[in-house]
Design a protein around this ligand. Structure first.
Ligand SMILES: [Zn+2]
Length: 464
């Protein structure tokens, strides 16, 4: 069938206009309750059809390489940025699109008719790509059963055709441990991979969970088994599977806590103050205090210190500078890029300056670092997250003539990132001690500790 591209574009534009107009005057409270559900279903159908259209096109979008021309590393990143969705969702859409292209015509046809949702199509296509005989039955089930049951059935039908070794290889390829924070700053860990690799761990986890559960019951404490499984999980990863829970372990934390000194002293955050484990999310000041007593950590104080202007006569940033950079940003400094695996980039070539200054250094992910080195892209002038433009762009530093940020003129002395020692008895300070006195005390003990523990930089694997 020949597709008339221009007619599709025209028709889509014609569809969008009335949809926009309806949405512009949509006042949920003005719609009589008996009509709300029906209208909701109409919007849901629009979303379903639009999502199916996206999925059908996703494979071709990847081929079209507009994402590469726009400076994205992968098509899914481009799609996520355009659609305002997650990269994982976009990746799934491309995978489904490619599976549909392997002859899953029935699934594709039901998507066109709006009988399957994009999510259902994804579940069906994933299994039918491995077991094509199951396609029709899974399509039928999708229309009448819950997605949970559809997933279960799809898994069974997929396994029927999976060669064991093949599957193990696939499971190995698809292994992942992914951590993320939800809107409440609670941390999640999602682990998937070959059962063979996880079985031993699961056994140990069950053993330890049972042990903790029995102990708690004996003491009259009662929480859900999942809560003890969490405790067991933590104790296993910190002590090793063979370890006995009774043996004490040395604390192994190596994290940066970002906390305003005022908040740390006061015991809670106020206003716009921060208290978080960098890269993970917010924690309470009480938790920060507890960690202070048992962790190897560096505190970057935000009160009265300048973390911007630090000079180091070497190629890489030193430890203090690295912490200052991490303080400013944990992700690639290209606007829209979320990568946390970053490299340091001298804004002015090191060969020219022979020094490393924090305010002349950017964090770039590997992808964007390569685009800068090999294709002449550059961050526009300024600091922090900002646009990344190709050579010739009016805002490109080479074109606009704006160099990197000029040195601070106030001549304020560097002195951030004093690594204060973990103080085991981190009681709230006596009320008589002022913040200034406390900073002074922390600095003095930090200097003493630095002299004692000169080798600690090795923990970060950094050359001084
Ligand atoms: Zn990046």
């Amino acid at each position: 069938m020949e597709t008339n591209t221009s007619s599709i574009q025209t028709e889509m534009a014609e569809v969008l206009a009335p949809l926009r107009s309806v949405l512009a005057r949509l006042e949920p409270n003005d719609i009589p309750l008996p009509e709300v559900a029906g209208i909701w279903q109409l919007f849901s159908l629009v979303r379903r059809l639009a999502g199916n259209g996206e999925t059908l096109l996703a494979g071709r979008v990847a081929e079209a390489r507009e994402w590469a021309r726009s400076g994205y590393a992968t098509p899914e990143e481009w799609m996520a940025a355009k659609a305002g969705t997650s990269v994982g969702e976009a990746r799934g859409q491309i995978a489904t699109s490619e599976q549909l292209g392997q002859g899953l015509d029935e699934t594709a046809e039901r998507m066109r008719q709006g009988r399957l949702s994009p999510q259902q199509a994804g579940i069906v296509a994933d299994a039918a790509a491995v077991n094509p005989d199951a396609e029709l039955e899974l399509c039928d089930r999708a229309e009448r059963d819950s997605n949970k049951n559809l997933s279960d059935e799809a898994r069974r039908r997929k396994a029927q055709r999976s060669d064991g070794d093949d599957r193990a290889r696939r499971h190995h390829r698809e292994r992942r441990a992914r951590r993320y924070s939800d809107a409440d700053d609670k941390s999640h860990l999602h682990v998937e991979g070959p059962t063979s690799k996880l079985a031993e761990f699961f056994k140990a986890l069950d053993r330890e969970t049972d042990r903790r559960y029995r102990e708690a019951t004996k003491q009259g404490r009662r929480e859900g088994r999942d809560a003890y499984a969490f405790d067991a999980f933590l104790s296993l990863v910190t002590q090793g599977i063979a370890g006995d829970a009774a043996t004490s372990s040395k604390p192994k934390h190596l994290a940066m806590i970002r906390v305003d000194l005022d908040a740390l002293v006061r015991g809670h955050v106020e206003g716009e103050e921060t208290c978080e484990i960098a890269g993970f999310g917010a924690i309470s000041v009480a938790e920060a205090r507890a960690l202070l007593s048992e962790s190897i950590l560096y505190l970057v104080c935000t009160k009265g210190v300048d973390v911007v202007n630090l000079t180091h006569l070497g190629r890489g940033p030193n430890r203090v500078q690295e912490l200052a950079l991490l303080w400013a940003s944990q992700t690639c400094q290209v606007a829209g890029c979320y990568r946390t695996h970053t490299q340091y980039d001298h804004r002015i070539d090191f060969a020219e300056t022979r020094h490393t200054r924090v305010d002349e250094t950017d964090l770039l992910c590997v992808h964007h670092h390569k685009m800068k080195t090999f294709k002449g892209y550059a961050l526009v002038a300024g600091t922090g997250k900002r646009r990344f433009v190709p050579p010739g762009d009016p805002d490109h530093p080479a074109t606009s003539g704006s160099g990197p940020g000029s040195p601070r003129s106030d001549g304020s002395s560097p002195g951030p990132a004093q690594p204060p020692p973990p103080e085991p008895s981190q009681e709230p300070p006596p009320p008589s001690e002022s913040i200034e006195e406390r900073i002074g005390r922390l600095r003095a003990s930090a200097q003493a500790r630095r002299r004692r523990a000169a080798g600690q930089g090795d923990l970060f694997g950094l050359a001084e």
